[in-house]
Design a protein around this ligand. Structure first.
Ligand SMILES: [Cu+2]
Length: 170
């Protein structure tokens, strides 16, 4: 009789303990990527060109590969995921095919002259210190908010691939 009672208790306990063990970890475990040490290039709405970009380190603390497939921001009419590459002896940037893939447990650096989140057609001036918000969309549909601050970047003026460059507008 005693054994049967204990077994019954064990079952009941099992059914009630489906929750995760208590811990002191922050409420939000790392479920997806995040942008660390992010910043944007300070630029003017009526600048020539009216473009900026977001840089930083995309860190993926999860156990699965994560791919950023697109991005948007209220600071720009168009936001593209860009890479910079040598073309005919000139550094040019162009949309990164397939987006930004961040392998499980690794990180991907976005920096001037390399991968970056391009802001095309600025909707407002982005002076140094200005806040820039963006949203990254992942391959699985998740959306990751990004908050960065604009700063002066003297050496982040690249030529956008669709524009041959070199001509002066009158
Ligand atoms: Cu670009």
């Amino acid at each position: 009789v005693l054994a049967t009672a204990t077994l019954g208790l064990a079952f009941a306990g099992c059914a009630e303990t489906q929750t995760f063990p208590a811990s002191d970890e922050p409420a939000e475990p790392a479920k997806t990527i995040r942008l660390e040490d992010g910043y944007a290039k300070a630029a003017e709405k009526d600048g020539q060109p009216a473009m900026s970009a977001i840089f930083g380190m995309l860190r993926n603390p999860t156990s699965v590969d994560v791919t950023v497939v697109s991005a948007m921001s209220d600071a720009a009419a168009t936001v593209e995921l860009h890479e910079t590459a040598m073309e005919n002896g000139e550094m040019k940037m162009r949309p990164k095919e397939g987006g930004f893939r961040v392998p499980a447990g690794q990180s991907l650096t976005l920096e001037p002259g390399a991968l970056h989140i391009m802001l095309i057609g600025l909707t407002r001036d982005l002076p140094p210190g200005a806040a820039v918000d963006a949203t990254l969309t992942l391959a699985d549909g998740q959306q990751v908010p990004v908050h960065v601050t604009a700063r002066d970047l003297a050496n982040a003026n690249e030529t956008y691939a669709p524009d041959a460059g070199g001509s002066s507008n009158g």
